[in-house]
Design a protein around this ligand. Structure first.
Ligand code: ATP
Ligand code: MG
Length: 136
């Protein structure tokens, strides 16, 4: 069954949005398959976002991700990668539709609360990176 990697970023954790975010994925009918809270090293955050290494915002993005604990999760269900992205909303919260997580809880792209894999293949890579021990 299809799986995706979802990460609640440090601002989402600090603002107490963990329960709200989990609730939205559970209400939709997806299954939580793995979850851990972790504060990652700079090199690990750089690896996670390696495709964006050339972007001008990359150093700031890495600083943001390592600024506090994140909640790393694996969710499973039919179409969960694409539907998960819809639940999350557009990258820039100024453009995220109301009713999406970013649309409801975020204002700026540099503090957009949550990450979701953008394709089945990147989900596979990200799950392997974040859960090298595997999930049950
Ligand atoms: P994510 O990968 O975090 O789920 P995304 O797939 O919607 O987000 P990406 O293009 O992969 O968007 O960008 C990764 C992250 O980099 C964004 O979620 C955001 O935190 C940050 N980011 C993207 N564009 C900008 C920007 N112009 N300025 C600052 N930060 C940005
Ligand atoms: Mg992305």
């Amino acid at each position: 069954m299809e799986q995706t990697f979802i990460m609640i970023k440090p601002d989402g954790v600090q603002r107490g949005l963990v329960g709200e975010i989990i609730k939205r994925f559970e209400n939709k009918g997806f299954y939580l398959k793995g979850l851990k809270m972790v504060t990652v090293e700079r090199s690990f955050a750089e690896k996670h976002y390696e495709d964006l290494a050339a972007k001008p915002f990359f150093p700031g993005l890495v600083d943001y991700i390592i600024s506090g604990p994140v909640v790393a999760m694996v969710w499973e269900g039919k179409g969960v990668v694409l539907t998960g992205r819809k639940i999350i909303g557009a990258t820039n919260p100024a453009e995220s539709a109301p009713g999406t997580i970013r649309g409801d809880y975020a204002i700026v792209v540099g503090r957009n609360i949550i990450h979701g894999s953008d394709a089945v293949e990147s989900a596979r890579k990200e799950i392997a990176l974040w859960f090298p021990e595997g999930i049950s």
